[in-house]
Structure formats: C-alpha cells, structure tokens
Design a protein. Structure first.
Length: 329
C-alpha cells in the first residue's frame, strides 16, 4: 500500500491547484463516518461496528506508515523522518487508543509496553490490512493528500480525520439518545449516551499522539487546514448543543411556563439533551429507576466531555502557547 499512496499523492499534487487541495485537505467526504448522523436507517449497533472499523483502520494505517518509513520502505513525505524512539512512543499511544475497537473486531492485541509496542504494532497492522475490503483500501489511499514533504504531516492528517469521524459518530449517538428520550425508550437513550462516552474516552489518547508532531509543522499545517478546523468547530458544537452543562439539574430547569417552549424544541429536534430529558420526565415518559439510569449516563458523558476539553487544551497550549482561543477547549 505504501507504493499506492506515494503514486496517488504525486499524481494528486501534479493534477490539482493549491486552492482545490485546500478545499478538500482532509477528504472528509470519503471517510465512512461522514454524514452518518443524517442516515436515519443506520442503527446504533451498525454505527458502532462502522466506527470500530473506521477508527482502527485509520489508526493502524498511520502506524503502518510510521513503521514503513522507519524501515526504509519507499513511502512519501521523506523530510524530517521520525526516529525509532518517537515511532515507539507513537505505537504505544496509538495501540492504547485502538485496542478496544480491535478487540471488538475480534483482533487480539498482545500485551505491550514501550519496549514491545513496535513489534505488536507490526503484527496488528498485518492483521488489519489483511481484513481490509477493497473499498476500505481505496479509501485509505484516496484520503491521504499531504501538501508538504514533511513526515509528520501524515500523522497530523490521520489524527484530524479520526477526530472528525469521532464527531460524526457522537452526533449520531446523541441523536439516537434524543430519539430515545422523546419516545420514552430509556434503553435506547442510555445506549446512545454510553456509546458516546466510551468513544470520547477511547479517542482521548489521540491528543497525546498529536502532541508528538513537530511543533513547527503543526503551525505550518494549520494554514492548509482551515476546512478541517471549521469542521471541527461545527462538530464540537454538537456536543455543546446537545449536552447539558455540568451541574445543571434538568428537572429544576423546566418550570411550568417553559413546557410549551420545550415541547416545541423537542418536536422540531432542536432540543438539548437536558431539555429532552426534562420533557420526558415531565410527561411521564421517564420515571423512577429509568429516570435515574438516564441521568447517571448523562453525568458520565459530561465528565468525558470535560476530560476531552482538558486533553485538547493541554495539547493546544503545548503547540500554540498560552494564547489559545480554540472553540474546542
């Protein structure tokens, strides 16, 4: 696959202008999770399986690239190659993130640490690549079009694609949660909340992985990724729109005079999770133990969102300094 990516990258740069590359820097429309939140026919279980494949394929592809480059294979982006120590750390962080999804795909991950992470990564890369469908293989090739020759841009791009896919999946999970709340289906609501929470926690090591990118390259690449950052802003706003603020008590917030407005927002699918939860409780769709279980799952999601924000801010401060104004923080 290394040769395929090198050829596709060279052909892409010779056939396109900077402006056209800029508009499609991350090739988001090619990713399997793109727009999944708008696919009404996609069940939560199907979306989870699609997420596991998408996430693990992207993670293992970036490790395949790191290992191939370290071993001297003909892969693109020859400038400023990562050394063995950096690649070992990247394998450790990436395997930590991908291991749960790989296990759910029935791909066994051997115990690993800093000393064995590269060997384990080689083994897993082989298993994952052997399981690729033709479409998955083509997507990985077609979705990688760097704008420089810097080695770290590969990791930078794949990491942003992972974050974009995360936002799409969580958007779907929270929409399914809202649907469950609106219909009084506590199991569906809890399932969506727990899936979103689990995903946030599993993806969190990607911020540490991004932290290994050369600072200068990160700043340079930002000039080519306005599309990516704008999309992240929109994606992250889904969390802010659908999630309640930590400590907010939804039942207390829904006064009698607020019921008509809350009902209108719920019916028009513009309600936050807090509003949907409050309205479900107010109308008797959620009561007793179900109400308590949903509330506990919402609290779990809130804590995961706070961890995500802290991890992102830590990365942003390291890369950009103390003047951080990112909406993701």
């Amino acid at each position: 696959m290394a040769t395929e990516i090198l050829t596709a990258w060279q052909e892409h740069l010779s056939a396109t202008t900077l402006s056209s590359v800029h508009r499609t820097y991350l090739s988001l429309a090619l990713l399997p999770m793109s727009g999944c939140e708008r696919r009404a026919e996609l069940t939560m279980s199907d979306a989870e399986r699609l997420w596991d494949r998408t996430f693990s394929n992207l993670v293992l592809d970036l490790l395949r690239f790191e290992l191939s480059a370290l071993e001297g294979d003909p892969v693109p982006l020859p400038q400023a190659r990562a050394n063995a120590s950096t690649v070992s750390l990247r394998c450790l962080l990436a395997l930590e993130a991908a291991a749960p999804a790989l296990w759910r795909r029935s791909i066994a991950v051997s115990p690993f640490d800093g000393a064995s992470s590269m060997q384990v990564a080689r083994e897993i890369c082989g298993q994952v690549e052997a399981a690729h469908s033709t479409e998955e293989r083509q997507t990985l090739v077609r979705s990688m079009h760097p704008l420089s020759a810097q080695h770290d841009e590969y990791l930078f791009m794949r990491s942003l694609q992972i974050l974009e896919s995360t936002f799409s999946f969580i958007s779907l999970a929270l929409r399914r949660t809202s649907e469950g709340l609106n219909s009084g289906n506590a199991a569906a609501a809890i399932g969506g909340l727990r899936s979103a929470t689990r995903t946030l926690l599993e993806v969190e090591p990607i911020f540490s992985l991004l932290g290994t990118v050369t600072t200068g390259l990160f700043r340079e690449s930002r000039h080519f990724s306005n599309e990516a950052r704008a999309a992240q802003t929109r994606g992250y706003e889904v969390l802010g729109t659908l999630c309640r603020s930590p400590g907010e008590r939804a039942l207390d917030a829904l006064a009698p005079e607020d019921v008509p407005k809350a009902k209108e927002r719920v019916l028009s699918h513009r309600a936050t999770l807090a509003e949907s939860f409050a309205f479900a409780c107010h109308t008797g769709k959620l009561e007793g133990a179900n109400q308590e279980r949903v509330d506990a799952a919402m609290t779990g999601l809130e804590l995961a969102v706070l961890r995500w924000r802290k991890a992102h801010r830590k990365l942003a401060v390291r890369i950009l300094g103390t003047q951080v104004s990112s909406p993701l923080c």
